[in-house]
Write a protein that binds this ligand. Sequence first.
Ligand code: 5GP
Ligand code: MG
Ligand code: MG
Length: 187
Amino acid sequence: MRIADVQEDIDHELVSKEEIHTIIAKAAAQASKDYAGKDPLLIAVLKGAINTLAVFSQEMSIPCQLDFMSLSSYGSGTKSSGTVTIRQDLSTDVRGRHILIVEDIVDSGRTLDWLVKELKRRGAASVEIFALLEKPSRREVEVDVKYPGLEIPDEFVVGFGLDYDERYRNLDSIAVLKPEVYQGEQA
Ligand code: 5GP
Ligand code: MG
Ligand code: MG
C-alpha cells in the first residue's frame, strides 16, 4: 500500500521507501562484515519489525537464521504500558548464539532493554541491535544500538510494519497520521 492509497489519513510522509531501503542496506552490509563466520541469528519483535527483518536479511551477504518473538509493551494505542510480557516465544535455543535484534523503532527503550537482558540470561554469546528508527527525545532507558538507522522527532509514526490499532502496517513508507485519526486518545 502507498501513501496515495490512504491519503485522507496521512499528515505527511516522514521516511520514503527508498530511504528506508538505503538505511537498512547500509547497516546490513556492515553487519555482514561483522558477523562473517559467526552464523548469526536475526531476531525480530513481532509484528512491527517484520518488514525491517525481511529487507535486512535479504540485504545481508552471509547466511543467517531468523526467529521471531511477540512481546507486549504497547496496547492498541500510542502509549507504552511500561511492562513487557512474552506473547509468543522464540523457537531457537539461543545458548552460544550471536544474536542481532532487528527492530523497527526505539522509543522509551524499555522493550529492547528487557529483551537484551533476557537473551543474555538465556546464554546468548552476544546480543547487538539494529534499529531502523529512534526517537532520542523519548528515551527512558539506556540501550546500546550498534547499528543505528534514522533519528526521528517525537511523533507517532506508522507504516513499514508499524501500526496504529493494527492498521497501516502494509504501507510501504513511514508516515505521520493526521491527529483526527487517533483523536480521543491521549498520546
Ligand atoms: P519502546 O519499548 O522503546 O518504548 O517501544 C516499543 C515498541 O513500541 C516499538 O518497538 C514499536 O513497536 C512501538 N512504538 C514505539 N513508537 C512507535 C511509533 O511512533 N509508532 C508505532 N506504530 N509504534 C511505536
Ligand atoms: Mg518493535
Ligand atoms: Mg503497535
